[in-house]
Design a protein around this ligand. Structure first.
Ligand SMILES: *Cc1c(COP(=O)(O)O)cnc(C)c1O
Length: 480
């Protein structure tokens, strides 16, 4: 990370004073958040540290502007500067990912997926349904026509990766709208190897004949062959939607190329901008030209007014990702994940799929006699921030789980390298070996309570501090 100048540092301090003059507790929480992030090992696979340029771009008066519509076609006057912002964000996204079309408005990853789902329905179902009714657009529909259209739209099938295999809740999981608006089925991973079995996915697709085949994941520690997924989609006439929310940074940095780059193969690719891509919190949709007109209707179809200040920050982050240094960063993310995985395995720990070839390492903590919930809490006590995660066919379910998910994007941004990630593995194993599961009030085994051996949390914290001090977060930024 590049050093911030003393002037920038003092500007931040003054900015916090402005905030403190209205609500001092928010200024204090903001200061404390920096202190906490600086002093802990952030291993949450979906988090990162955005650059000061990205962060500063979000704190401006673009926040005050309404700009519903699209570039050049807004429902509000005075959007010329927002047009500049959205045009640049989309242009950087198209160039970076080699996509024919990019839509920078989605407020988050879930919103990007909602835009994608409705775009696919509009393109594949609404158009043909209108034709059947002899109508050119939805404004001409009678009440009876609407009933027909609703039936057509609401009778579609979606096939996505199951949650406990590493899929995301927006890929057809029941509690999410994707699992309610579609008839959904899921494909999983092999229970023995934990790996995707493309023949099984194809078999399921042939049986189920989905309108939408979703690929992409939040907790799968391996690369996906998107050429194969497209072949499967083509064979059954499905639209291939790839959600690269987690690994967009590895696509941007050309770690995933050829069959592992989803953008040329997917009809629609969605992503977040704040995970490995290291931008502001937000979403992005990329599409082949035939889907562009329906994606362009994201607002007002499912989105409200765009967050212009965040779109501006997306443009800045995407410009950063087009620099050669970002490719080095992306390669380091993958190399560091290997060090972390090797570090775990050389100490006898069990990983889902026995390794990684992306940015995720999924540790099965059942061998330590712990649930994911216990392991997550014990690690947090020792200053190691992770999240619990299901493993394939998890006996502890989605709440307690049996796994811990680790990711390397954040600490790689801080400058951690091979030896430090090996050391992280050693610290984690040490904490888990020194954690014992607790008992319930009735005396049975508890899935939540646990006890750490004396001194282990302090020992871990001081070993972490040594590494963290060598790689300061936002160096030069002094709020004291
Ligand atoms: C994180 C994630 C999302 C959701 O992103 P939000 O910005 O939290 O809405 C969607 N899909 C996948 C695969 C993700 O990992």
């Amino acid at each position: 990370m590049t050093d911030l100048s003393a002037t920038t540092s003092s500007a931040y301090k003054q900015a916090l004073e402005v905030i403190a003059s209205v609500e001092p507790r928010i200024a204090e929480a903001t200061r404390q958040e920096l202190a906490d992030q600086r002093s802990s090992l952030k291993l949450i696979a979906s988090e990162n540290y955005a650059s000061p340029a990205v962060l500063l771009t979000m704190g401006t008066w673009f926040s005050d502007k309404y700009a519903e519509g699209t570039v050049g076609h807004r429902f509000y006057a005075g959007c010329q500067n927002v047009d500049t912002v959205e045009t640049l964000a989309a242009e950087h996204a198209r160039e970076l990912f080699g996509a024919p079309y990019a839509y920078a408005q989605p407020h988050s990853g879930i919103d990007a997926n909602l835009v994608a789902f409705w775009s696919i329905l509009a393109h594949r179902v609404e158009g043909p349904a209108l034709e059947k009714l002899g109508k050119k657009n939805v404004n001409e529909l009678t009440d009876a026509d609407w009933e027909t259209l609703r039936n057509e739209l609401g009778n579609q099938r979606l096939l996505g990766m199951s949650l406990d295999s590493g899929g995301h809740l927006t890929h057809g999981f029941r509690p999410n709208i994707s699992g309610k608006m579609f008839h959904q089925q899921q494909y999983g991973t092999d229970p023995e190897t934990g790996l995707l079995d493309y023949d099984k996915v194809a078999e399921k697709a042939r049986e189920f004949k989905p309108l939408v085949l979703v690929a992409g994941y939040s907790a799968y520690p391996r690369r996906v062959n998107f050429a194969k997924m497209r072949e499967i989609a083509d064979e059954v006439g499905a639209t291939l939607m790839v959600d690269m929310a987690h690994f967009a940074g590895l696509v941007a940095g050309k770690v995933f190329t050829g069959d592992e780059d989803p953008v040329p193969f997917a009809h629609i690719t969605t992503t977040t901008t704040h995970k490995s891509l290291r931008g502001p919190r937000g979403g992005l949709v990329l599409a082949q030209q035939e889907y562009a007109p329906s994606v362009d209707r994201g607002c007002p179809m499912v989105l409200g007014g765009p967050l212009s200040h965040v779109m501006a920050a997306k443009a800045v982050a995407l410009a950063e990702a087009r620099q050669p240094e970002f490719a080095t960063y992306a390669q380091n993310i993958a190399d560091n994940a290997k060090s972390l995985a090797d570090g775990f395995m050389s100490r006898g720990a069990k990983l889902v799929t026995d390794g990684t070839d992306n940015h995720i390492v999924l540790l099965d903590v059942s061998a330590f006699g712990l649930t994911g919930r216990q392991a997550e809490s014990a690690l947090l006590d020792a200053g190691v921030v992770t999240n619990r995660n299901s493993v394939p066919a998890d006996p502890n379910g989605a709440w307690y789980t049996s796994g811990i998910r680790f990711g390397t994007p954040a600490l790689t941004t801080r400058g951690f390298g091979h030896d430090e990630f090996d050391n992280v593995a050693s610290l984690v194993v040490d904490v888990l070996k020194n954690t014992t599961p607790g008992t319930t009030k009735a005396g049975g085994p508890s899935k939540a309570s646990y006890a750490l051996a004396d001194g282990i949390a302090d020992k871990t914290r001081s070993a972490s501090a040594e590494m963290l001090d060598k790689h300061p977060l936002y160096p030069g930024l002094d709020l004291s």
